[in-house]
Design a protein around this ligand. Structure first.
Ligand SMILES: Nc1ncnc2c1ncn2[C@@H]1O[C@H](COP(=O)(O)OP(=O)(O)O)[C@@H](O)[C@H]1O
Ligand SMILES: [Mg+2]
Length: 429
């Protein structure tokens, strides 16, 4: 301890939502794949990217990385719309329209040294007349086409980033989908990268006019595999020149699994436990893991308390029919749940759409959407588990590759609030 009370070691971990991790583990593959698709240019299906995954798995982090990259390395213009939060897409686009125009026409420096992906290096000045204020188109399609034309003429591109796709209002999503279909058909360089919860698919299916986006085959963002999860904890310690006992990682990962949000949580707590000690020890990790588990349990309990008895019964039936791949056939679940088919369908719909605790990835399949929730329910009912920190073989938190069809976590809006409350640092810019 120093006299000033200042910490010798600033905590690098960053548990929250939409906040960048100190080290983004395991996502280089998906980031480069998307960048390569963007670089290939318009006209192809993969010029439109839809990436789905559960809350806290790292979708916004991936988008932030992509945005930084296309801005700094490609020198392109970007537009960001977080659906459902503030304004409809049309208003966001309208507000950004002039800025994007000047980004496309102004000088821009392209750093391509050492990268494979890139365009002409150097400073580019475009001979474009900027007086066009009076000719500003009024519709989403008109504005995107106009920006796309300008981007094409300046050898640039516009990337539209959409976050929380599942929360988009129908009018916005229909307008965006139609406009992007048009620009892509006309080979104009207006790309779309949209991320959201797995429920986005159903949402889009039910919106007239959103078929173009709906038809894109989504990339699935899952949990990190074991070695990436360890990297996510270890790299920030190395970067901070912090000593640690190697045995801390199994202790921390037993709680966090491959779930990025939980990784930051356990990292943050463990670091705090170590205080000003020179070395982070297993004792610190054990205490940190306990605190992280406590945070996660609070999240689960609050979600559980929002459910009706019938919804809880339905979840119990899902657990009963879970197979080793983490999915349960909904017809068997409905049979176990009992009562009439319509009431089962209503309960199921509420758990999917309102509570976002389940999702359906194919017609007769249900999956848990909140990582660790299934385990928590099992623990509450006193079933099967002996050691609370050892996930069973099919637990979402033990999963595999960054881009795969395994199941993965969703934590709803409420969790975001809880997390923000518990981790004030998450609100820093
Ligand atoms: N690849 C990663 N490695 C380590 N931590 C990550 C990674 N991706 C995200 N995180 C952390 O996980 C938390 C949730 O990330 P976020 O991008 O907000 O998830 P989502 O948008 O899917 O809800 C944040 O604290 C973030 O810093
Ligand atoms: Mg997000």
């Amino acid at each position: 301890m120093t006299d000033t009370g200042m910490r010798a070691y600033a905590n690098p971990f960053n548990a929250g939502f939409g906040v960048d991790p100190p080290y983004m583990a395991g996502r280089d593959g998906v980031v480069h794949r998307i960048l390569a698709d963007l670089r290939d240019g318009p006209g192809r299906a993969r010029y439109i990217t839809v990436a789905l995954g559960d809350r806290g798995v790292g979708k916004t982090t991936i988008e932030n990385r992509l945005r930084d990259y296309v801005t700094a390395e490609f020198g392109w213009a970007t537009l960001r719309w977080t659906a459902g939060l503030e304004s409809p897409f049309a208003a966001t686009l309208n507000d950004a329209y002039d800025t994007i125009r000047s980004q496309l026409t102004g000088p821009r420096r392209r750093h391509v040294a050492g990268t494979k992906i890139g365009f002409n290096a150097g400073v580019v000045h475009a001979d474009i007349d900027l007086v066009a204020g009076s000719q500003r188109p009024t519709t989403v399609a008109g504005q995107l086409r106009s920006l796309g034309t300008l981007a094409r003429d300046t050898n640039s591109a516009v990337v539209v980033f959409v976050d929380e796709l599942q929360a988009g209002d129908s009018a916005s999503l229909a307008a965006l989908s139609t406009a992007i279909q048009e620009t892509n058909g006309e080979r104009l360089p207006v790309a779309l990268v949209a991320v959201g919860l797995p429920t986005a698919r159903v949402r889009l299916r039910n919106i007239r006019g959103a078929t173009f986006i709906e038809r894109q085959r989504p990339i699935v963002i899952g949990n990190l595999n074991d070695s990436d999860a360890r990297d996510a904890l270890e790299r920030p310690m190395i970067d901070a020149d912090r000593n640690y006992e190697p045995a801390i990682f199994p202790v921390m990962l037993a709680v966090a699994g491959g779930y990025p949000y939980a990784i930051q949580l356990v990292g943050e707590h463990t670091w705090d436990q170590a205080g000003d000690n020179d070395t982070i020890t297993v004792a610190h990790a054990t205490q940190g893991a306990r605190l992280a588990q406590g945070d996660l349990d609070t999240i689960y309990l609050e979600r559980w308390e929002q459910l009706t008895q019938r919804q809880r019964d339905y979840l119990a039936a899902v657990i009963q029919h879970l197979t080793t791949d983490g999915s349960a056939p909904s017809n068997l679940v409905a049979a176990t749940y009992g009562t009439d088919t319509r009431s089962a369908a209503q309960t199921r719909a509420a758990l999917i759409d309102h509570h976002q605790l389940l999702y359906s990835d194919s017609p007769n399949s249900l999956r848990f959407a909140l990582p660790g929730f299934e385990l928590w329910i099992r623990r509450q009912s006193g079933a099967t588990r002996t050691h609370p920190h050892t996930p069973p073989p099919n637990a979402p938190t033990t999963t595999t590759t960054p881009v795969s069809n395994n199941d993965h976590p969703t934590v709803g809006r409420r969790v975001e609030q809880i997390a923000d409350r518990q981790t004030p640092r998450s609100t820093r810019p």
